[in-house]
Write a protein that binds this ligand. Structure first.
Ligand code: 1GP
Length: 247
């Protein structure tokens, strides 16, 4: 299968070891007033794209509406981070085509994807295959997705799930701690996964400052997703980013 334009963009950055911070916008919590800050965040961090998605309150019409508003204001690609079939919007440029590999419910491993596939084909959206693992406390996404709990102390076991994703042909692995969680993915888990996989590692969930993000990048993550912090304590975050030499 041909690798699409947006995936190539991500791959180029990964190859150059260029740190990638992706802003995640939750349509349910979206507020026009936050766009100025999100724009600044994108400028300063040189984010290549915006992720859009949320665990609850999502419909295709809400996705369409929110993406249209963002596209009018910010001219970078918009990539869906889906929570279900209802997350697919023809307004988006690409979709993280995720399979929740540690779900106890086959719906989240392959059934939702099966239902989504004809819609994605019809809308002609670029798909980026991502093995998704919800770890630790897991947050709302973990609850909804029937994620089988894997404590962080089983870092080796986690790394085998990630390796299985790679061997199955998935081109990214996403280590998710759950949106807004108190305990983001620990560095030791990222390190263990980095030791064993060669595909890019995406990390997200509960990352509240750039220091934390950079520790995870240093441990071996390639892409950091930040959602909640952009909705809440953004002024402090902006200052931290502005002082970050690496960017
Ligand atoms: C959630 O990984 C993302 O799916 C981002 O989490 O909202 O806590 O940044 P936060």
């Amino acid at each position: 299968m041909k690798i699409g334009r947006i995936e190539q963009l991500l791959n180029e950055r990964v190859e150059k070891r260029y740190p990638t911070y992706l802003p995640l916008i939750d349509p349910q919590k979206f507020d026009m007033n936050k766009l100025t800050f999100i724009k600044k965040f994108i400028d300063i961090t040189n984010s290549p794209l915006i992720l859009i998605g949320g665990s609850t309150g999502i419909s295709e019409s809400l996705m369409d509406k929110t993406i249209k508003i963002i596209k009018n204001e910010i001219k970078i690609p918009i990539v869906i981070f889906p929570s279900g079939v209802y997350s697919i919007s023809q307004e988006a440029d690409a979709i993280f085509f995720i399979s929740l590999l540690n779900s106890e419910n086959p719906y989240y491993i392959i059934e939702a994807q099966m239902l989504a596939s004809p819609i994605i084909k019809k809308y002609n959206i670029e798909t980026i295959p991502v093995g998704y693992l919800i770890l630790g406390e897991g947050g709302v996404a973990g609850h909804i997705g029937w994620a089988k709990k894997i404590p962080y102390k089983y870092a080796e076991l986690i790394s085998y799930y990630a390796l299985a994703a790679e061997l199955l042909g998935m081109r990214f692995v996403y280590l998710e701690a759950g949106s807004g969680t108190e305990e983001p993915i620990p560095e030791k888990v990222i390190k263990k996964v980095r030791e064993i996989v060669s595909i890019p590692i995406i990390a997200g969930g509960g990352i509240k400052d750039i220091e934390n993000a950079n520790r995870l990048l240093k441990a071996g993550a390639d892409i950091i997703v930040m959602g909640n912090v952009l909705e809440n304590s953004y002024e402090k975050l902006l200052k931290e980013i502005a002082h970050e030499d690496k960017l």
